[in-house]
Each structure stands twice: as structure tokens, then as C-alpha cells.
Design a protein around this ligand. Structure first.
Ligand code: MTE
Ligand code: MO
Length: 335
């Protein structure tokens, strides 16, 4: 387990501003509730798992070899690099996580995610597609144009990092799925398994984790399906075997552990919209000028540096994505 000094937003008084409490506050006693739920979730660590991944750095998360391991590293695409800040150390990106299925503390995912079985891993393509079908993850990855990209990440809680992701463009996945012309949105759903994730027994939480993009956003060059990071298969706590990364949006759009892609002409209600409709919307594009109702989005802390820097519109990716939103002036694009 990583021993570290708590950052400002993790201080107990700031905890009430974190995403995690939106999940809990309406259903638990005030005050004691936050601690109670953190305790209940921590209780899902049965102790037998910790020894496997509890070492310093702790980034080994699986005892069985990954059948795709020999495919890594993927060739880095020089069109997607970050030049204004340094790469964040792998140990930080792999041990400071949000994955609420596994608990609400930042080190809960690395302690608890190891019990998620990720082989076999079936992925379904459903809804407005020429023909619905299922693919095994190991079959899908072999059919995709693999590359590595370095992106900025910006969590709505105001922490940020820079990481090299391995994967393939979401456009390639959309083409593979063959949506019909009337499909406007692609909805992504995470696995459900309360044996692995006791938090999923909380019936008031809208599991499974659900997110969505417009098909136009999914076809944008930046939308990336991630299978690995730092030149290796993705650790489970980072969303193995398959997650989304949309670097111009707040991190909560980046669904981990995806099992279903559903094409539809209806805008989906996402997990965070269901939990906190006044605080989280469908678009969630990064904008330093639009505060979260409970905190400013003007700056961000780059993990591992202790530095707070100004946040950029679209997280610095406006050149690639701003044109997606030109006709949507009336929409809440930045929450
Ligand atoms: N299934 C699932 N996906 C998820 C989350 C989650 O709780 N469950 N958290 C999101 C949030 S809030 C963020 S910031 C990123 C964190 O990704 P990382 O832990 O790899 O940095 O994952 C996103 N994807
Ligand atoms: Mo986040």
C-alpha cells in the first residue's frame, strides 16, 4: 500500500466535496454517513488479496499472465504527445484511482480490483447496429489498429496527470460495430458482479457504471479505447481489459471495465447524472471558467509534483474538439 501525505482535496473537510459523497449523501445519516460507507467499502477487502499486490508501488495485480502481454508496447503516435508537462510516474497513475465499484478511497482500487476476473471477457455491441453481436476481448484487440498516445487526464475533483495509453481509436471500434445512420449516441456499461464488488449491493446507486458519447464524439480523433498503459496491459484498477479515455472531458466520462456498447438515438442518463443531476451532466467538457457547484475548476494539481497549474479549456484539446459543440450553445456543455 502506498504511504503518502494527503493532498488538500483529500482532507476530511474537502472529502465532502468529492464525487464519492454524491454517491452516498442522500441515503446515509449526515456526518457519520461518509465514514460509515468508507468503512463498509473498506470491509470488502477480505485481507487475502492484499498480500498479492500490497508491495511498494504494488502495480502487479494479476497472478495469471495476460494473453495479450507480448503485443506490447504499441508504437507511439507522435501526433499525440504532451509537451507542456512531464509524464506522471507509473506508480502514481496505477495506485491513485477512482473506481467506485471497488471503494471510495483512492487506494481502494489497487487493493480490491485484483479479484475481478478479466478472462474470458465478452463485449457486446447492441441497439442501433446493423446486427447485434458479441466479441471476445482478445479477438477484438487483434482486429484493431494499435498505437500508443500520451494524453493529459483531468478529474473533476481537480487532480491531473499525464500518461501513455495503449489502445486504438474509438472510431475504429465504431466502424467495427456498424451503427445504423440513425444512431446518435453510444452508451458504455461496466461489468456487474456484486461478489467482486460488494458496493454493487448498494441498490440506491445506479449500477452498472454507465457513460455515453455522441457518435460524432466517439468518431473524433481523440476518443481512445484503452487496453494498456506505460507499454503494458492495463492494470485492473485502471480499467482492464478495456476502458475509454476522452482527454478533453472530465475523467468520469472515461468508463472502465466496459462490457457493453449500446447504440441509440436517445441521450442516455449516465451514472453521475442519476446520482447528482445538479452537479453532473452529459457533456462534462473541461472548462476552467465553469465551476462545479461546490468548487472551482480554475486550477488543477498535477499528481506527484505538488504543483497547481491553471486548467485549460477542453483540457488543452480545443483545436481537435471545439467544432463538435458549435451548435449547442443552449446546452450545459461544461458539467
Ligand atoms: N467503471 C468505472 N469507471 C470509472 C470510474 C468508476 O468509478 N467506475 N471513475 C471515473 C473517474 S471519476 C475517473 S477520474 C477515472 C480515473 O481513472 P484512473 O483511475 O485510471 O486515473 O476513471 C473513471 N472511470
Ligand atoms: Mo474523476
Amino acid at each position: 500500500m502506498l504511504i503518502r501525505v494527503r493532498k488538500s482535496w483529500e482532507m476530511p473537510e474537502r472529502l465532502v466535496t468529492a464525487e464519492e459523497l454524491v454517491m452516498n449523501r442522500r441515503h446515509l445519516l449526515r456526518g457519520a454517513g461518509a465514514l460509515a460507507i468508507a468503512g463498509a467499502l473498506a470491509g470488502c477487502d477480505n485481507g487475502s488479496q492484499t498480500s498479492q499486490n500490497g508491495g511498494a508501488g504494488g502495480i502487479q495485480t494479476s497472478a495469471t499472465p495476460d494473453p495479450t502481454a507480448s503485443m506490447y508496447p504499441f508504437k507511439r503516435n507522435p501526433a499525440y504527445v504532451v509537451t507542456d508537462r512531464a509524464m506522471t510516474p507509473e506508480t502514481i497513475v496505477a495506485s491513485y484511482n477512482n473506481y467506485y465499484e471497488f471503494g471510495v478511497e483512492k487506494d481502494d482500487p489497487i487493493r480490491n480490483a485484483d479479484r475481478l476476473p478479466i478472462r474470458p471477457w465478452e463485449i457486446s455491441f447492441e441497439g442501433m447496429v446493423e446486427k447485434s453481436f458479441k466479441t471476445d476481448f482478445d479477438t477484438l484487440i487483434k482486429a484493431m489498429p494499435l498505437e500508443e498516445r500520451v494524453y493529459r487526464h483531468r478529474c473533476v475533483e481537480t487532480w491531473a496527470f499525464v500518461a501513455p495509453w495503449s489502445g486504438f481509436s474509438m472510431k475504429a471500434l465504431v466502424d467495427y460495430a456498424k451503427p445504423t445512420p440513425d444512431a446518435k449516441y453510444v452508451v458504455m456499461k461496466t461489468w456487474m458482479n456484486a461478489d467482486v464488488a460488494p458496493a454493487q449491493n448498494m441498490v440506491w446507486v445506479p449500477w452498472p457504471y454507465t457513460e455515453g458519447l455522441t457518435v460524432d464524439e466517439a468518431r473524433n480523433e481523440l476518443a481512445f479505447m484503452v487496453t494498456g498503459m506505460y507499454g503494458k496491459p492495463l492494470p485492473k484498477q485502471n480499467g482492464a481489459p478495456l476502458r475509454l479515455v476522452t482527454p478533453w472531458k472530465y475523467g468520469f466520462k472515461s468508463t472502465k471495465g466496459i462490457q457493453r456498447f449500446i447504440f441509440t438515438d436517445q441521450r442516455p442518463k449516465t451514472y453521475w447524472m442519476a446520482l447528482g443531476p445538479d452537479e453532473y451532466g452529459f457533456w462534462a467538457n473541461v472548462n476552467p471558467q465553469v465551476p462545479h457547484p461546490r468548487w472551482s475548476q480554475a486550477t488543477e494539481e498535477i499528481l506527484g509534483t505538488g504543483e497547481r497549474v491553471p486548467t485549460q479549456l477542453y483540457n488543452g484539446y480545443g483545436a481537435q474538439v471545439a467544432s463538435l459543440y458549435t451548435n449547442l450553445a443552449d446546452e450545459r456543455l461544461f458539467m
